[in-house]
Design a protein around this ligand. Structure first.
Ligand code: SF4
Length: 230
């Protein structure tokens, strides 16, 4: 995993995103004045024995791009890590800084695109350039069983990469078994846009995290059979 991490952090394959990840620091909100921004691609983070991979859309400009750790330092991170903590999958309910001591239990954090994109909208070419990093992390997690996809972008990207045919429709709570036996589980993204409007509630996020935990604990043959029949 260290080799994967080093490749991610050194990547400069997408000129537009290399520019933007650095420009974010120059256009920072006043509340982050004086902070040193990471402004590089953000590698995955978590438990090497993870059974659940949480896949986001892309690095957040003032979350991961500022702090240098996935799902850290913004509203999305607060919602996600609080839910994982309630489920016993994180040792603390907050994720604020790279050195805050957060430890995940059986969970890995990653994203489809590792650099912050303008408007949170990576292009198809940027998505395809970055997906091999997610694939490399998945390959380096031998116990992995479930990919929890936050939002339709992550769901479609991971489903396409995993060879799910026909491409399954995204929904909150959707499940799809891949040819390799991983279970894709869909969730509305815990972005401020969704949580402030009630599209995603804490109870809905808890339910999907609970389901991820259940799928991760089930024997492989049971998971594959039950999902294939649903
Ligand atoms: S988005 Fe991914 S592929 Fe593109 S520069 Fe960043 S790390 Fe490299």
């Amino acid at each position: 995993m260290l080799e994967v991490r080093n490749r991610i952090v050194a990547c400069r394959a997408c000129p537009r995103l290399v520019w933007w990840r650095e420009a974010c620091a120059e256009q920072r909100p006043a509340r982050f004045a004086g902070e040193e921004y990471w402004s590089r691609p953000v590698p995955g983070f978590g438990d090497p024995d993870a059974r659940i991979y949480v896949a986001g859309l892309a690095t957040a400009a003032h979350g991961g791009n500022r702090t240098g750790r996935a799902f850290t330092g913004n509203s999305t991170a607060s919602w996600l890590v609080a839910a994982l903590h309630r489920a016993g999958l994180a040792d603390q309910p907050v994720s604020e800084r790279r050195d805050d001591g957060l430890r995940l239990a059986g969970v890995w954090f990653g994203s489809v695109v590792r650099c912050a994109p303008p408007g949170n909208r990576p292009t198809a070419a940027e998505r395809d350039a970055c997906l091999p990093f997610l694939a490399a992390e998945v390959d380096a997690l031998p116990a992995l069983r479930v990919v929890l996809c936050l939002g339709a972008f992550a769901w479609r990207a991971v489903a396409r990469w995993a060879g799910a045919r026909p491409l399954p429709r995204f929904a909150h709570g959707a499940e799809q078994v891949t040819p390799a036996g991983l279970v894709l589980l869909g969730s509305y993204h815990p972005s401020r846009q969704n949580t402030n409007t009630g599209v995603l509630t804490a109870a809905m996020l808890d339910a999907v995290v609970h389901r991820a935990k259940e799928l991760a604990a089930a024997p492989a043959s049971t998971v594959t059979r039950s999902c294939a029949e649903s």
